[in-house]
Structure formats: C-alpha cells, structure tokens
Design a binder for this molecule. Structure first.
Ligand code: ADP
Length: 494
C-alpha cells in the first residue's frame, strides 16, 4: 500500500494522514471550495478539488472520488467518520474498482448500518438488548399497545438513525400518536427511511462503548471502554477512558459481549460497540459503529495503540500484532469536543471567523484539529473545531490537566464548548464520577458560565471557613491565603 486517499476533511483527514505518513505511505486529500486553504489540503502529498461546498456536491461524490483514485494510482481509501464512511454501496464500488476500502466489508456495514438488523444479528449470540419491538412499526395503534406492554416511558427510534436524530421520548399513552408521527417524518427527512421501532427508555443510563479490532484471520481484541455519557441532544460532547463505574469483571464481560457483536456480523477492522448501562449496572447493546469514532483518541492514549495504523495494517492483510492479554489500561484520558456552539444558547451552532486561535500545549495535552487562526468555520459541515484530549497517570491528573488546557486554549470570533468543558471538569458530580446521560439537563446552568464555577465557590467557602476557624484560634493565616490566591487566579477565564 503506497498511497492512501482520505475521503474526508478537517481534523479526521489530518489525523489519518499523520499515521499514514509515519508508515511511509503517500497521502491524497480531497476538498471542497470551502476548504481550499484547510490544513488537511496543505498536509497531503497531493490534493484534488471535488466541487462546491455542499457535501452532496463534494465529499459525498463517491464516483468522482473513485475516478480520482484511479487517475492518481491510489491503493486504498480511508473514509474517516461521517460522509461516506458507513455507505455500503460506496465500499462495494471501491472494492470493485480494485481499490482497498479501509474499513469492514460492505456486508457487515449493511447489517450494522440498520439498528434493527444489528439487533437481529446480535440476538443469535445471546447479547442483552433493551426490551422493545423486533421489527419496524408503522401503525399507531400497534405502537400504543406495544408501548403499554413495555411500560412508559418508551423511546421511538429511527432504524437508520445516527447522530441522535429521529429519536423521541414518549412519556404516556396520549403522546404516542404525535411522537410517532414526528419520529417518522424526522427519520424520513434525515435518512430517507421512515422505519421506526420502540425501545424501553432507560431512565438513568450511562453510554459506555467498547473499541474492538479484528483482523482477517479470525483474531479479535477489545481495547476497553469509553464513557460517553456527557451529551447534548443525545450527542456526545465529553468522553473519557476508562469509565469510573466499570469493575474489572464488568469490563471483561462487556468486552467479551462486544467481541460477540463483532463476530455476529463477521466484522473486520476497527469498530465500536455501543451499550447503555442502567442504574443497576445491567448493560444492553445499542448499536455498532463500523468505522473510526470521533472519540477514538482517548482509547489510543490509555492503550498506546494507534488505531489508524492498526486499521491500515488490517486492510493490508496483516495479522494483529498483539493479543488480548498484551493489552492493559495505563493512566486516564479525557476528551472535550470543541464545537463552534454557544453553550449559553442551548448549544446553538455559532459559526464565523476564528479571529484568534492558539492551541494549548504541554505534557499530556493532545489537540486534533483542522483549523488555523483567521480561517472561517464553514456552515456546510459539522461545527467541530477540534478535539481537546488530556492524559494523566490517573483521572484526577487528566481532569486537572483538562481544566488547565481549556484555560490555555485561546479561541475568539466564535462561541465554543470550551467553557462548558471546563464547567463539566469542575462539577462535583463529574469529579465523583456520579452522572448519567442527563448531566446537561440536570446539572448544567448556563448562567454559571459567567459566574464563578461551583468548584471555585466551594474552594472559596472552604478558605473562608478555614480563615474564620484559624482567626478564632488566633493562628496565622498565611497558608489559607496561598490557597485562595490560586483559586482567584482561575477566575480570570471563567
Ligand atoms: P444514534 O445512532 O442516533 O447515536 P444511539 O442508539 O446510539 O443513537 O443513542 C444515542 C443516545 O441516545 C445514547 O447515547 C443515549 O444517551 C440515548 N439512548 C438511546 N437509546 C436509549 C434508551 N433505550 N434509553 C435511554 N436513552 C437512550
């Protein structure tokens, strides 16, 4: 494999190219008119303009991309995430054109691309599923009686769903009809497929996913879990590895179940098996993502495995060079997705020009991004600016490092989720590891972004108490003053 085309843009295109370059593989970028000056275009050995900014006239033009590959004698395509990465027809066409698709077979993608067929495949391996309907549902009366049977609240989900779209919570019988109609029309417009199904709504869930890696010689390993429960609009925004609630036994059990899910669709390459964990630590299979995930860096940090290199090696027909027993968790990693969104306005996209843009540096800080100072964030694509990842010998070190990195990161011209990331890091619930997917609804008060954060207030209160106590005892208060100084210093960016 001498040359790889990355059929994607921004941070993930760059991230893939960096691993390819380390392996001595040439890279080809594709880009739209909106991304002419993007770092991924400059970084690649060759770059080809696909067309105007809208993705259906550029990054989704599978046939054009295949033609580019033929012309430039490209050996393999890496699809990144989003765009064509889960398009089984595209994967088929790539392989038919004699080019390697760096990902699973189109057959595995077809099974896992649809939540209902994924559940069907998983059932054969006795994998725990959230109670719900086995097939698609169209009739409101049927939906009503099934929901009653399962017990409210229930969730209506789009079978072809992704990115948290096409999902409606139904709290009682009266809501079934309206929510069903909304879910079907959302599913039709977002995915061109109106099939929906019903699932029990797990009331206090955590989203835990397992990274798997499988070669073509029947070797499969899991690379432990990622905790992705901090979400807005059912979409992840803060992730970490490992999760603070998994015991070694549960981790091993979920890891083995994830490998069964992978086996159920004869999976090849890197993939992610997503689970929901309830209050009693029961887990249920949600879906499998047949591609690299946005949050893959936290796994790379704690396992020291470069997942993109492994994807490429598997695609080159190499055997996995390690076994399950060779893998272990070392340290802790946290990722904050830095979106051009306004956390004060319900995370509404806030695109514009990056007037100032300076990355944080230092020990244990990784920034995966695809922007430079002065660039515009295009309205046509996902508004993620970067992924800020910190690593520490333990969770506390990674967490404190993330607070420091959020403060050091300078972005102006657009609102970002950095302040939200810092808020999460300083929130007592996050510090204790005691949270679920409702963290934002339950614990996020946007007004507090402009005030002192909760943790700082607690430090301040503790300092005041300390001072009073010591004054009573007629003791000098120098030590307390030092503590308070550092907490006031942090205030400057809050
Ligand atoms: P998508 O493919 O759109 O991302 P998922 O099935 O992966 O959809 O679910 C996304 C998120 O929605 C989960 O991380 C979780 O927060 C929530 N969710 C999904 N299914 C359930 C459920 N049965 N009960 C409660 N929350 C759920």
């Amino acid at each position: 494999m001498n040359k790889i085309l990355v059929a994607n843009r921004g941070e993930i295109a760059l991230r893939v190219m960096k691993s390819a370059r380390e392996m001595g593989i040439q890279t080809v970028a594709v880009y739209s008119e909106a991304d002419r000056n993007s770092p991924h275009v400059k970084y690649a050995d060759e770059a080809v303009l696909l067309g105007p900014p809208p993705s259906n006239q550029s990054y989704l033009l599978g046939d054009t991309i295949i033609e580019v590959c033929k012309k430039l004698k490209v050996d393999a395509i890496h699809p990144g995430y989003g765009f064509l990465s889960e398009n089984a027809d595209f994967a088929d066409k790539v392989e038919k054109a004699g080019i390697t698709f760096i990902g699973p077979s189109s057959q595995s993608m077809r099974i896992m691309g649809d939540k209902l067929s994924a559940k069907e495949a998983a059932k054969k391996f006795d994998i725990p599923l959230v109670p719900g309907t086995e097939g698609a549902i169209t009739d409101v009366e049927e939906a009503r009686s099934i929901s009653k049977e399962i017990g409210f609240p229930v969730l209506i989900k789009a079978s072809a769903g992704g990115g948290g779209k096409g999902m409606r919570i139904v709290r009682n019988e009266e809501e079934v009809e309206e929510q069903m109609k909304l879910a079907v029309s959302e599913a039709k417009s977002a995915f061109g497929d109106g099939s929906v199904f019903i699932e029990k709504y797990v009331s206090s869930p955590r989203h835990i996913e397992i990274q798997v890696l499988c070669d073509k010689f029947n070797n499969q390993v899991h690379l432990f879990e990622r905790e992705c429960s901090i979400q807005r609009r059912h979409q992840k925004v803060v992730e970490e590895a490992p999760s603070s609630v998994l015991t070694p036994e549960l981790r091993e059990k979920m890891g083995q179940t994830a490998l069964d899910v992978a086996r159920s669709c004869e999976y090849i390459g890197a993939g992610t098996v997503e689970f929901i964990l309830d209050e009693n630590r029961n887990y249920y299979f949600l879906e499998m993502n047949p591609r690299l995930q946005v949050e893959h860096p936290v796994t790379e940090m704690i396992t020291n495995v470069d997942l993109v290199k492994e994807q490429i090696k598997v695609a080159r027909n190499e055997k996995l060079s390690f076994k399950q027993e060779d893998l272990s968790i070392i340290g802790h990693a946290i990722e904050v997705r830095v979106y051009a969104e306004n956390p004060m306005e319900n995370f509404l996209p806030d695109i514009g020009n990056l007037k100032a843009y300076q990355r944080p540096h230092g020990t244990g800080v990784r920034v995966d991004d695809g922007f430079e100072e002065g660039m515009d964030i295009p309205i046509y694509y996902d508004p993620m600016i970067s992924k800020l990842v910190t690593y520490g010998k333990d969770r506390e070190e990674a967490r404190k490092r993330m607070i420091r990195a959020c403060e050091d990161y300078v972005i102006s011209g657009v609102q970002t989720t950095l302040s939200f990331g810092k808020y999460v890091m300083e929130h007592p619930r996050f510090i204790e590891g005691d949270f679920d997917t409702h963290f934002v609804d339950k614990h996020f008060d946007p007004k507090r972004l402009t005030e002192k954060s909760g943790a700082e207030e607690e430090v301040a209160a503790a300092v005041v108490a300390y001072l009073l106590e010591n004054r009573k005892a007629q003791v000098a208060v120098k030590g307390g003053a030092t503590t308070s100084k550092s907490s006031w210093k942090r205030n400057r960016t809050s």
